[in-house]
Write a protein that binds this ligand. Sequence first.
Ligand SMILES: O=C(O)[C@H](O)[C@@H](O)[C@H](O)[C@H](O)COP(=O)(O)O
Length: 222
Amino acid sequence: MHEFSSPAALADALADAVAAALAARLAREGAAALAVSGGTTPVKFLQALSAKAINWSRVTVTLVDDRWVAESSARSNAALVKNHLLQGPAAQAAFVPLVNGAATPEAGLAEVEQAIAALPLPFAAIVLGMGLDGHTASFFPGGDRLAEALAPSHGQRVESMRAPAAVEPRITLTLPVLLQADFVALHIEGAAKRELLQSGAAKLPVRAVLARNPAPAIFWSP
Ligand SMILES: O=C(O)[C@H](O)[C@@H](O)[C@H](O)[C@H](O)COP(=O)(O)O
């Protein structure tokens, strides 16, 4: 676990690590894809990353997961990314949303699947968050499509998800897409999240990501 004294120090170090993963992929292949998480934790990190001097015009940004809401909603992760990451140098990046005009994620899924399949996969970098119920991405305990998201059929890259704790219906990248990335980070803040991770509770969905070899880089601050 990489421990930092403050959320700001963590944000800077995580932005450095993600920028390095993007730059390495750009040097090798000339194009790179990045998926970041929404929620409340990532704002400082997204702002730090937006200022990094990489060739953003060759980078496509998307989300690990999003709530099925319009971008005008305060709950939209797409809006969060536009407001905090796609600014300054990073405004040159392309953005592929996980949410479209369909009424539900189930109805919109096939179109999003095509858009994700068109990215320069595997992802150069993925940044995950975690909730206090042990969810990461939209892998919620008790989610209606949790088994499918963790073990998708036919190589499906996205899955819909409904769960009581999720508030709205959601859409999420599937586990193999996350695990195949060049660089996978788990960004958590606060004692409660660290204790949950260290509790050894086996059934938490986040365990599916922690089992990756090599293990994800865990970035923690109070
Ligand atoms: O849309 C979301 O909510 C996420 O992408 C989600 O998986 C998030 O990473 C965790 O819920 C942590 O959220 P907080 O950072 O708000 O604690």
